[in-house]
Design a protein around this ligand. Structure first.
Ligand SMILES: [Zn+2]
Length: 494
């Protein structure tokens, strides 16, 4: 314990000295070592980094300089466009005059800064929207949307005239404020679900109610941005909805939808063969927040993720499917390697995932010679299937990889802590009863995760899918139940 406490103290000191954690380092390899110049073998038109700042993730926490540094690196690997979403969850309407700065004001101001950071790097900016998702003070019972399995959140029904007016007024405010703040929007990207939808009879079929509402919002946007394009995200759409939507768009709104980012379901590497409106570009929405296999880990509960096999196949499959643009769905800096993989491969700068990983090691992990970079690439690749990795052994190998004696790097440190999380997980799995020793291992697991969240990624309170209750480990439910029983026992004694 003393050794551990000492080690934690040393790391803490190093991070304090290094300044804020995850953008404190400077890439160390010249661009010539990082693949062909961008555009040498261009496979896709646009590679969009969709980095929604919400739920306490890295992007919500990031300051302007941090976001600028992150976008600089995203651009280095091949991203050429940026998107964000104003997730109104827990936020009041920020536009009525107020003397206080609330969460909604802080989040919105930060988004405008991030858009400007992207513009300063030449990246066109897109605003993602889920049209009937509204501020918490607009969730009036008489406006409420009917919720169902795919439909949840702060939603109001756009078939109710006053609720529809409130939605349109929200977007009028957002567009006006973006324009006034010097943000140039290139596209609005609308999604019908995952904080969108209404299951009431008047809103059926929802996909068309959503389309018509999005069209009205787009018209508002055109007042401020005359060349604003309309794109859509196909997340959770069903094949029948695609058919209905394409027929409606061809009939009622020809040439309106310029691009549709089709959804890739978990476990698959390409998009479905679904009808699209005439003239609509086929594009793909690529989830980069998990490893090579679905269902094992998602988002950042278990540290950084890497998907070399999945993303290499995804890029190849999407290219042969005729996709012209990709949108990377990113939930934080934990997917840093996947950003490099997706953009590095899709931009045509690298032919193989291993080539990207070697270049990544040379740029960030102090691998100065190609053999050292290959060693690093091999080590990283194994984490594509993290539950197959022997974490004790991986940690020992990590200490022998190049760069161990160099100043600490957040990119290296997040992988050290992943080893530690998986080492503790393996030991927890050896037991079945909640003995004091096994409970102590879980405490160490949370302490390691806290070190990663607070000292490496600089996160504050995380919400929604990032909260502890969604920890994707088999012992979690039993541990949580045991903790609840303990708490009840203590309560009964008081
Ligand atoms: Zn409705």
């Amino acid at each position: 314990m003393i050794r551990r406490a000492l080690r934690v103290a040393v790391w803490a000191a190093v991070f304090v000295l290094a300044g804020r954690a995850w953008t404190a380092e400077t890439p160390n390899a010249p661009a010539s070592l990082n693949g062909k110049p961008a555009g040498a073998s261009k496979a896709f038109d646009d590679l969009v980094l969709y980095a929604p700042g919400h739920f306490g993730n890295s992007y919500e926490a990031a300051g302007e300089a941090e976001m600028g540094a992150l976008l600089e690196e995203a651009k280095h690997w091949g991203f050429n466009r940026y998107a964000d979403w104003f997730n109104m969850d827990d936020c009041v309407d920020p536009f009525p005059k107020s003397r206080v700065v609330k969460l909604s004001h802080a989040v919105w101001e930060s988004k405008k800064r991030h858009f400007r950071a992207a513009m300063a790097r030449g990246l066109p900016c897109d605003l993602a929207i889920t049209p009937n998702h509204v501020y918490i003070d607009q969730c009036r019972p008489e406006w409420a949307a009917e919720q169902s399995d795919r439909i949840f959140g702060q939603l109001i029904c756009p078939s109710k005239p006053e609720a529809r007016q409130a939605i349109l007024a929200n977007y009028e405010n957002l567009f006006r404020d973006l324009a006034r703040s010097g943000v140039r929007l290139s596209a609005v990207v609308a999604a019908p679900y995952d904080y969108g939808g209404c299951a009431c009879a008047r809103c059926q079929p929802w996909i068309l109610t959503f389309a018509k509402l999005s069209r009205e919002i787009h018209k508002l946007g055109l007042r401020y941005y005359p060349r604003l394009e309309m794109h859509m995200i196909g997340w959770w759409w069903q094949p029948a909805e695609h058919k209905e939507f394409a027929e409606w768009a061809d009939r009622e709104a020809p040439d309106w939808i310029r691009r549709l980012y089709l959804w890739i379901p978990y476990g698959q590497t390409t998009v479905g063969q679904v009808p699209l409106p005439k003239g609509c570009q086929v594009a793909a929405f690529v989830h980069i927040g998990y490893g090579d296999l679905p269902g094992q880990e998602r988002y950042f509960h278990l540290g950084p993720v890497i998907a070399p096999a999945r993303l290499e196949k995804t890029v190849a499959d999407l290219k042969s499917r005729g996709c012209r643009s990709l949108m990377a769905y990113s939930e934080g800096v934990f997917d840093d390697v996947n950003k490099a993989l997706l953009a590095g491969l899709a931009s045509g700068r690298f032919a193989k995932a291993d080539d990207v990983l070697s270049a990544y090691a040379m740029r960030y992990l102090r691998a100065e010679e190609p053999p050292a970079a290959v060693q690093w690439a091999r080590w990283l690749r194994a984490w594509g299937q993290p539950f197959q990795v022997n974490a004790e052994q991986a940690h020992a190998e990590l200490t022998r990889l190049p760069g161990a004696s160099a100043p600490v790097s957040w990119r290296r440190e997040q992988w050290r802590l992943k080893c530690e999380l998986f080492r503790l997980h393996a030991r927890i799995m050896q037991g079945s009863n909640w003995t004091p020793q096994r409970l102590a291992l879980v405490d160490q697991f949370w302490a390691t995760q806290e070190e990663l969240y607070r000292k490496v990624w600089g996160l504050g309170p995380v919400r929604h899918i990032f909260e502890r209750r969604y920890t994707p480990l088999p012992w979690y439910q039993s541990w949580a139940k045991h903790q609840a029983e303990l708490a009840r026992g203590i309560g009964a004694q008081q």
